[in-house]
Design a protein around this ligand. Structure first.
Ligand SMILES: O=P(O)(O)OC[C@H]1O[C@](O)(CO)[C@@H](O)[C@@H]1O
Length: 449
């Protein structure tokens, strides 16, 4: 089934923000059988992700006081199973805080064009519906409702903890490398970035975690294949920019974080290197404001990861323990900061970044690392760009500051890859766009206005 005529709304707000330099193509829809987007929205989210969420939270979901939450959770699953029409989020109580009202209004802005068209879960753009699943889950839980038994309840905590525990074995070997990386040559920043890039392969929404891998160093094998599996590599540009920041005494670097668990440990390792090398005088972790996409990290996850590592047994995990202690100091000294923002859990294209976040990045941030597949999809507005279209013209042209995307490919979307690399990946692997085997490192200079 082709997308509905006139349904190409990739940009949900009419902001004055700078836009990509090239004409914006159609977004991805999830109504074409055989595509990964279709499988995700018609089956995977309900049968795998929400089913596992139910199993992980069975003890609370079957409690009497969770009755209303359970009904809303089941209703969400039913809506997905029947691909019903989208509906607006529930109205807020009149005494809701300005923050909640604003967040609700932003979702209204996102959803209204598709509510007007009576779109279903499959006919609205994929990015909208996939983010909306998690927002509906948060609504069902009553995550922000102080009177709800689900107040601030994280349904993914069990998986995130398992991911944290199983990260240690691989992380011990990886963290041993970080203090020894050369600080002023491109080799150091390139290896630290490569570690954070390939950390994105270890994604719990695709490959659920269990603690049984806690002593196995799987990641070394992944890193061995890093260069071979990279389909675009701007690490020279990244290193040159990093060196400029280092020479002027260090910049403000942000990491727009993706998954908790092993990937987050690789982000902390990157941030450690950035501070130790003098490339960054401060690192801000941009984190999700509510549980989403199963494994995406909140501030509390980050703090829990740091604490876990700082308390590891030093006779078994000396390097991981030492890093954990160092990370605690960075947080205490204010060299590392955490910032949660609703924008990171919304389906806006990144060129429609909301305020005050956009102005903050524009004025304060000297380099933003954008981690993972879902964030990358948003960089591209989840639109079907020509895969060879330059990253600078698509993202570098509008992003509010210099930007480096570190992504393993998990969705049928991309840009900035040479045709011969695309052909190589196609010939090696039928599922090259979605199975996380291949990665890209893109650098964009950012909009000047
Ligand atoms: O954790 P990441 O890298 O953002 O990956 C999550 C993304 O991957 C997928 O699971 C597949 O595209 C999406 O559902 C989601 O956009």
């Amino acid at each position: 089934m082709a997308p509905l005529a006139g349904s190409s709304t990739a940009s949900f707000q009419n902001t004055e923000n700078p836009k990509p330099k090239l004409p914006i193509p159609e977004p991805i829809y999830s109504n074409i059988p055989g595509t990964w987007a279709y499988d995700t929205m018609s089956r995977r989210v309900d049968e795998e992700i929400l089913q596992r969420t139910y199993e992980d939270n069975k003890d609370v979901l079957e409690r009497e006081d969770f009755g209303t939450i359970r009904s809303k959770f089941d209703a969400l699953r039913k809506d997905l199973q029947t691909s019903s029409k989208l509906q607006m989020l529930e109205e807020l109580p009149s005494d809701a805080s300005p923050e909640r009202k604003r967040e609700w209004q932003e979702w209204k802005t996102i959803l209204q064009p598709f509510l007007d068209r009576q779109d279903t879960w499959l006919t609205a753009p994929w990015m909208v519906t996939e983010f909306y699943v998690y927002r509906r889950l948060i609504e069902a839980i009553g995550f922000w409702d102080q009177d709800s038994p689900g107040y601030l309840y994280d349904p993914f905590v069990k998986q995130k903890r398992a991911g944290l525990e199983s990260s240690v074995g691989s992380a011990e070997a990886m963290l041993a490398k970080i203090p020894n990386l050369p600080k002023s040559s491109s080799e150091g920043i390139n290896l630290a970035a490569s570690i954070a890039l390939w950390g994105n392969k270890m994604d719990l929404s695709l490959w659920p975690a269990d603690a049984s891998h806690a002593t196995i160093d799987i990641f070394s094998t992944i890193l061995d294949k890093a260069q071979e599996n990279l389909l675009h590599d701007d690490s020279d540009k990244l290193a040159a920019h990093g060196e400029q920041l280092r020479q002027r005494g260090g910049g403000n670097v942000d990491i727009i974080v993706d998954n908790a668990g092993f990937e987050l440990i690789t982000d902390l390792a990157l941030a450690q290197f950035l501070v130790d090398s003098g490339i960054a005088s401060s690192v801000t972790f941009q984190l999700k404001s509510h549980p989403t996409f199963v494994s995406d990290a909140l501030e509390r996850d980050l703090l829990e990861h740091v604490e876990h590592y700082a308390n590891l047994d030093p006779s078994i995990y000396p390097n991981a323990r030492q890093s954990g202690e160092k990370w605690e100091t960075f947080l205490k000294d204010g060299k590392w900061k955490c910032n949660e923002d609703n924008f990171w859990v919304q389906a806006f294209a990144m060129w429609d970044m909301t305020e005050p976040l956009r102005t903050d990045l524009k004025e304060r941030c000297d380099l933003a690392f954008v981690k993972g597949d879902a964030n990358y999809r948003r960089l591209l507005g989840d639109c079907k760009w020509d895969m060879t279209a330059s990253f600078e013209d698509v993202v570098g042209a509008y992003f509010p500051c210099p930007v480096c995307a570190l992504r393993t490919l998990k969705a049928e979307i991309g840009c900035g890859m040479d045709a011969d690399q695309i052909e190589r990946a196609q010939s090696l692997d039928d599922n090259w766009q979605t199975n996380g085997r291949f990665g890209v490192l893109h650098f964009g200079s950012g909009a000047s206005n």
